[in-house]
Design a protein around this ligand. Structure first.
Ligand code: ADP
Ligand code: MG
Ligand code: MG
Length: 254
């Protein structure tokens, strides 16, 4: 059961080609890690999957359960089950987290032809999700991401993911690095939510995240392509040997 199939994907931003032929297949029940040096195109890949308007797909395909994502608007992709936890989450002053999450959740329900959730049922549901990220209920009454620490923003993303239960979750780590608590929260959330019917793509610059999440496959991105695929041992090898040997092997100049 293939969740996402990316075939020879090329994409540009402001007429500069960034993705130069990405191939990736992720099946249900799998967690994949995408690693790579800064500037290799990891975040671009995540944004192209989610449909960020700044990026143009020039050739290739992205099939989500056989359905072509390229023709779909970002909100349609989200509604059909593709979730991107943004590298730099938005701040929305004046909108409480509770309202934001309820609106997002109801949009997904409507897209599936379901009725909006009862307000009290939503409160029960969101409390279960709060437990997963170990956040206090007072968190819901703060404005979306406003004044949140880096760790709190990450927890909030995982909270959104827990609520929306995406079929494909893409998590893009900040290169600046999370503190260890935030890292463990993200990992715990991913491990809780990973199941036989969904798939996760965890983008990370550092190996340390993979101390807490065990991916089925580890991919290395360089110069806008996936140039090597291995298992979790590959991540450990990158940690000890760096990226240079892979770039040479793949004949990539950086
Ligand atoms: P990574 O996430 O692996 O660090 P990115 O996808 O952020 O890499 O960036 C890949 C390349 O694309 C970089 O050279 C970056 O400068 C370029 N790039 C990404 N987004 C834009 C943009 N909006 N405008 C111009 N260049 C961009
Ligand atoms: Mg970067
Ligand atoms: Mg990035």
């Amino acid at each position: 059961d293939v969740i996402i199939e990316v075939q020879d994907l090329h994409a540009t931003v402001e007429d500069t080609e960034i993705l130069k032929g990405v191939n990736l297949q992720v099946k249900a029940g799998e967690i994949h890690a995408v690693m790579g040096l800064n500037g290799s195109g990891k975040s671009t890949f995540a944004k192209v999957l989610a449909g960020h308007p700044d990026y143009e797909v020039t050739s290739g395909q992205m099939l989500f359960r056989g359905q072509d994502l390229t023709a779909m608007e970002p909100h349609e992709r989200a509604a059909t089950g593709v979730f991107l936890a943004f590298q730099y989450p938005l701040e929305i002053p004046g909108v409480s987290n509770r309202d934001f999450l309820r609106v997002a959740y109801n949009a997904h329900r409507r897209a599936r032809g379901e009725e909006e959730i009862d307000v009290f049922d939503f409160d029960d549901l969101i409390e279960e999700c709060l437990d997963i990220v170990k956040m206090d209920i007072s968190f819901l009454d703060r404005s979306v991401n406003e004044g949140f620490s880096g760790g709190e923003k990450k927890r909030n993303e995982i909270l959104q993911m827990a609520l929306l239960q995406p079929t494909l979750a893409i998590l893009d780590e900040t290169d600046s690095g999370l503190d260890i608590d935030a890292l463990k929260t993200v990992a715990h959330g991913v491990n809780q939510l990973a199941g036989p019917d969904n798939a996760m793509v965890v983008i990370t610059h550092y190996q340390r995240m993979l101390n807490y999440i065990v991916p089925a496959y580890v991919h290395v991105m360089a110069d806008g392509r996936i140039v090597k695929t291995g298992t979790k041992e590959l991540a450990q090898e990158l940690e000890s040997r760096g990226y240079e040997w892979i770039l040479q092997e793949a004949d990539v100049e950086v």
